[in-house]
Design a protein around this ligand. Structure first.
Ligand SMILES: Nc1ncnc2c1ncn2[C@@H]1O[C@H](COP(=O)(O)OP(=O)(O)O)[C@@H](O)[C@H]1O
Ligand SMILES: [Mg+2]
Length: 295
């Protein structure tokens, strides 16, 4: 069977703290779990090392290829490495200024991805801006997730949509409500914030994901307790956020034209390497090998 071409999903918001990195990293893991035959590559267009900390199997040495080298080489191939949960990733660049300068042409990343043989999904996490690298992500993406957690980020989503519309790509993007807390009310009228934001998005006729992501103290502890950020799939099962992440991933797969049920197993979580539970390694390792062979 010939491998499918790579499909690119970018998570974009001009605002920090709306859950971009949480969505991008966990989406990569859920994609891997739902479709274990599908290789997943996560690329952080950011100098924050969350992706590295979450996925690196061993510390990344400064002399190892990262996104900066990949950008110069015009292909990610030498910088791709296998990480936790069977997710591949490209180590973050030490800083993004040089990349931004080199990325002034917003089609650069698109060309880099086209030259990178990756027969699976590529997830792009972006920085909280709409500068050169994020614009590259918008141009490269087949699907764009626009996280919205409040009115400020809703307005920022409008700016990203305007950029996409200028490239005739607005139909690729959908708003995702994040950090939803049913207790949050708007000052005037006292309605639930989510309902107010949903109404505004409907009025603006912006497409949105069916599911939203709830604010979860459990998830917050997993991500921000220091050390290695942990996955929702492996460490917050039984929470609403787990169910929502799964629904989101199924919708993303559907939008990408991939059957979420997969060829065989749609329920197994790839084991986190080094996790002390003695769970069988066979399934996800086999999948990984299949993925690597498919490259
Ligand atoms: N569903 C959630 N529930 C609770 N806290 C969350 C959730 N998603 C993200 N956070 C927290 O919100 C903060 C910002 O998330 P992050 O994904 O880093 O956002 P961004 O990448 O947009 O800056 C982090 O401290 C993270 O732990
Ligand atoms: Mg981030």
């Amino acid at each position: 069977m010939s491998a499918p071409p790579s499909r690119v999903v970018a998570v974009v918001s001009n605002k920090g703290g709306v859950g971009k990195t949480t969505v991008a990293t966990n989406l990569a893991i859920y994609l891997r779990a739902l479709r274990e035959d599908l290789p997943v590559l996560l690329v952080g267009l950011d100098d924050q090392s969350v992706v590295d900390r979450m996925f690196a199997l061993e510390p990344i040495r400064p002399d190892e290829p990262n996104l900066k080298h990949a950008w110069a080489e015009r292909t990610l191939e030498r910088a791709i490495r296998v990480g936790q949960y069977g997710v591949h990733f490209v180590p973050s660049p030490p800083e993004t200024e040089a990349l931004k300068t080199r990325g002034e042409d917003s089609g650069t990343l698109s060309r880099i991805l086209a030259r990178t043989a990756w027969d699976g999904v590529i997830v792009l996490d972006t920085k909280g801006d709409l500068e050169a690298l994020t614009r590259n992500a918008l141009v490269a993406a087949d699907r764009v997730i626009l996280p919205v957690s409040d009115r400020g980020s809703l307005n920022e989503a409008g700016k990203a949509l305007a950029l996409l519309a200028a490239e005739r790509r607005a139909d690729r993007a959908k708003v995702l409500f994040t950090l939803v807390d049913a207790r949050t009310r708007v000052e005037v009228g006292g309605s639930e914030l989510l309902a107010v934001l949903e109404r505004e998005v409907a009025e603006r006729r912006w497409p949105r994901f069916r599911t939203h992501l709830s604010r979860s103290p459990r998830a917050e502890a997993l991500i921000s307790a220091g050390g290695v950020p942990l996955s929702v799939l492996h460490h917050a099962r039984g929470t609403a956020l787990h169910r929502q992440m799964r629904e989101l991933t199924e919708e993303v797969l559907c939008d990408l034209g991939v059957d979420a049920r997969g060829p065989e197993t749609a329920h197994r979580a790839p084991r986190r390497v080094g996790e002390p539970r003695g769970r069988a390694v066979g399934d996800w390792k086999m999948a990984l090998l299949r993925g690597l062979r498919g490259r």
